[in-house]
Design a binder for this molecule. Sequence first.
Ligand code: KG4
Ligand code: ZN
Length: 336
Amino acid sequence: MALRILGIETSCDETAAAVVEEGRLILSNVIASQIELHAPYGGVFPELAARAHIETIVPVVETALQEAHLGWQDLDAVAVTYGPGLPGSLLVGLNFAKGVTLGRKLPLVPVNHLEGHLYAHWLNAEGTAGGPPFPLLALIVSGGHTELVLMRDHGQYQPIGSTLDDAAGEAFDKVARMLDLGYPGGPAIEKAAQHGNPRAFDFPRAWLPGTFDFSFSGLKTEVLRTLSRYNGPRPLRLIADMASSFQAAVVEVLAVKTAQAAREFGAACVALSGGVSANTALRSAMRSRAGVPVFMLPPILCTDNAAMIAAAGSRRFQAGVRGNLDLDIAPNARLM
Ligand code: KG4
Ligand code: ZN
């Protein structure tokens, strides 16, 4: 019998449930986005996020089972994100998963959200064998994370670098707010940047030599300082040029440092994940600079989803990992 895992993800602002077979084949992948709820605030409002998860988790899980044409009796386990993420949001998913596994007598498998972003690379529509080769250098770039991680094998993670301040996606969201481009900022900046000149403004790149760490707060401040020089109505051209020049600065640092790390650690490939990895400019810069094959995901698997949690959960399940009712959320969990 094929191994079927229900994944549940509520670490931030998407309520998501998915059924995955053998850690690879997506049978269903349901995502209830809260974008409209948070848009007026220009970012995720934690209390509202938790309340919305409570309202949507049951229908989202039911839809995931229906779309997979399966009942609870067809599942082998439930995998759930226990961290990192927003405490109130994580609690909703974990408590739901505990209740349902107790009631349905199913094993519970705790999954680290970042491990989920990595295991999205083993998912595909056909459920065929494959996946990226090891050693793999992963760049996880999302609203909450900017992490370079070396994976020498399944389940082995060596942190190489991370952000010292804002996450890449957070910088996109904040700069989009400064430019009145709306939320979420990443796609809005990318769209505005299409009509702009990436060399119009020479925004700073924080290279942090000798490390594979990142920093985006200086860049963000410089965008704000530049913007404050323009009083009155701001022409669309100016906004497009600023968006484009900002995006170019983020993309260049991410691509160059990832390529350097790939060479230094002898990576066989680079694998991009997280919401920011949907960015077209980042994808093409990475392709031209990496020097090794670059694995990229369809946009639906870049941003938060539960199929990736089920994929990582399948590995953990096969390795014998189980959670019990004492399992607690870990809002600052690291990859181990
Ligand atoms: O992975 P994700 O859905 O959630 C977190 O775990 O944070 O990532 C969301 C982040 C947001 O900051 C959003 O602005 C950014 O990913 N993002 C993008 C793009 N699409 C989403 N950033 C740049 N370009 C994009 N096309
Ligand atoms: Zn994420």
